[in-house]
Design a binder for this molecule. Structure first.
Ligand code: BTN
Length: 256
């Protein structure tokens, strides 16, 4: 069976996205390619490999063949506050990948299974004249990737976890369907509850790695708020964390 992404199979998914779904074999980044088009709601750019895939916190995203890499455009009018788009998308991708493996969301938007990362999500706001014109949701899923560089010991792929290759077209269709459905149809309070139910940080010891030289702070994650931020109870009181590096005890604890 051919498990690779196919242009014909991908580009006929426009009914799900209610906009064009465009496939390319290799791109610098799906974020770069989508900017060549008018950023209308649902526009999706998918590819089989990226030469300059970007990850959170300025990192590179390993994007070899076997993975599914895409950017989905969310345009105004926004159905949820901008800050809630990340938890909505993380919940949707989690729901889709749960069809294949028993996984969790690691705050804010990693999908992890057995202590290893199978998917990363990065959202970028496109701002012009002081207004958010679109939110680009970039998703990288390790589906049939055969190996990862040794600098990424915490990365794994669905193929490795399941000991078999999956149809990349089917995985993409499932993820796209769940993103469209969770964003458009499911009320946010319900989605936030889904996020909390599947978030591996809640109730666990976490370490916040401050980048401004303040060092690390230990605490327990006590809540995920509506805006997607996380409350961490520390010996100094409760801190509300909006972004950055947080590691969870037992889940690839090195600074990611
Ligand atoms: C993370 O660091 O966890 C987020 C990774 C996001 C990777 C995806 S792959 C598709 C899209 N295009 C990119 O260049 N990055 C995102």
């Amino acid at each position: 069976m051919n498990t690779k992404l196919s242009k014909e199979k991908i580009e006929c998914l426009s009914q799900i996205a209610k906009n064009r779904v465009l496939y390319f074999e290799s791109l610098t980044s799906t974020f770069d390619k989508i900017r060549e088009y008018e950023l209308s709601h649902g526009l999706t750019v998918v590819c089989s490999a990226q030469t300059q895939g970007s990850g959170r916190l300025g990192r590179k995203w390993e994007s070899a063949e076997g993975g599914v890499y895409f950017t989905y455009c969310i345009a105004p009018p926004f159905k949820v506050p901008i800050t809630s788009i990340t938890p909505v998308c993380a919940s949707a991708v989690h729901k889709a990948l749960s069809k294949y493996v028993d996984c969790s969301v690691k705050w804010p938007n990693d999908i992890v299974c057995g202590g290893k990362k199978i998917c990363g999500i990065l959202t970028r706001n496109i701002v012009s004249d002081g207004e958010i014109k679109a939110v680009l949701v970039g998703v990288g899923i390790n589906v049939n990737n055969d190996s990862f560089p040794k600098e990424l010991p915490h990365a794994t792929a669905l193929k490795k976890l399941l000991s078999k290759s999956l149809d990349e077209n089917e995985v993409f269709e499932k993820v796209l369907t769940d993103i469209v459905c969770m964003y458009n149809d499911i009320p946010y309070p319900k989605t936030l509850q889904y996020y909390k139910d599947n978030c591996i940080n809640l109730g666990k010891e976490v370490t916040i790695h401050f980048s401004d030289g303040k060092g690390d702070v230990l605490g327990v994650c006590t809540n995920i708020l509506e805006d997607g931020s996380m409350d961490v109870q520390t010996s100094q009181g409760t801190i509300n964390v909006h972004s950055g590096e947080v590691s969870v005890k037992g889940i690839y604890e090195e600074k990611e």
